[in-house]
Design a protein around this ligand. Sequence first.
Ligand SMILES: Nc1ncnc2c1ncn2[C@@H]1O[C@H](COP(=O)(O)OP(=O)(O)OP(=O)(O)O)[C@@H](O)[C@H]1O
Ligand SMILES: [Mg+2]
Length: 405
Amino acid sequence: MRVVFLSPSYPANMVQFTRGLAEVGAEIYGVGDTSASALPHSVRRDLAHYLEVPRILDEDDVARRVSDWLRGKTVDRVLTNWEPLVVLAAKLRERWGVPGMSVDTARGFRDKQTMKERVKAAGLRVPVSRRVRTRADLFAAIEEIGFPAIVKPIAGAGSDDTYRLDSRRDAEAVLARIGHVDEASCEEYVEGEEHTFDALSIAGKTVFENVMTYFPKPLEARQNEWISPIAICHRDLAQKKLAPGIELGRAVLRALGLRDGFSHMEWFLTPRGEAVFGEVACRPGGAGLVDLMNYAGDIDLYREWARVACWGHFEASTTKKYNVGVVYKRAEGQGTISHVQGLGEWLRTCGPHVVEERLSRPGQARRDFTQSQAADGHVIVRHPDWDETVRMCKAAASTIRLYAR
Ligand SMILES: Nc1ncnc2c1ncn2[C@@H]1O[C@H](COP(=O)(O)OP(=O)(O)OP(=O)(O)O)[C@@H](O)[C@H]1O
Ligand SMILES: [Mg+2]
């Protein structure tokens, strides 16, 4: 099983997918722009070969270099779990005749407007939306959609350049701020809770599923620095409230043609109990979501993904033992973390249920929460009872405080 794995060490959790591939017996040909000498030790151990390229996002250049490198060899899989590379991986597959997702299918997961059109064409509920390139486009879209509306980049991430518009004045202000965005999507603002639907699929059928709830919705968390965002993976996926979202998720994957691998969808649950599509990616959720799913059932989805991708099998248990919640902290003040308050007390009361405590320590530099969800560190708890999980997360959000100066 010869596997070309794009970006085997970046972002950081790709190191674990590289390990998974090695554990299921793949001969891994890694391609990335991290210098060979800077690869983590385990990646060097797990890769059979590594091609360092100057710019991993330069598709034509990478395609040329990798083709030269592999000339005369057959390749069984071309894989990546990093969003910006999913189209490149598909191009390489098509160029070499390797099985897996096509370029057209990959584009359905990358271009938010195409994505919504395909999901809508399958009869599923998506926000009304328009592709906008100019000021005139935006005002024409608002004319149709009305307020409140959302403006966001066609291929965005991390809520970058995403704004809620409540008036024409908001629209003018946003136009002044998103001049660098070539193409955006303007859509109906959907009220309600925000959840994920995560899946690992084989031959178009999900073999593992997860639903996570955000507190509050990511856009609000991004716009208010004082918030400690919480996200909790549900133990009980059979509860009635989540059913419309799970059904929507499965239907979206069918509509977009996902056959094998991870997917990460976001959806809204309106006050009337209706599930509305948000967006979907053909890769696992970031910011430690794979770890949360692993903690829920004491499994190793890094390895199971590799088993699915290489051999078409999934061997882990799908029984969830716990709800798993993560709380991200943002320090108050700028500069260097000076002290952490409330952690000892929180650990005394929640200790047995805490599976990770990775808060920044005094002396460490503050991190930019707009650049990384992890911000100034996180804690993860798990518990069989939902309310108890929520309680511990809320306690971490409100009683642990980090200060910087
Ligand atoms: N139509 C909408 N109605 C209400 N809120 C929305 C809508 N579209 C986006 N949002 C809010 O903006 C956030 C970011 O939007 P979206 O998930 O589409 O972009 P993203 O930047 O790709 O996010 P990610 O961080 O998941 O990559 C959403 O999580 C949600 O909170
Ligand atoms: Mg999103």
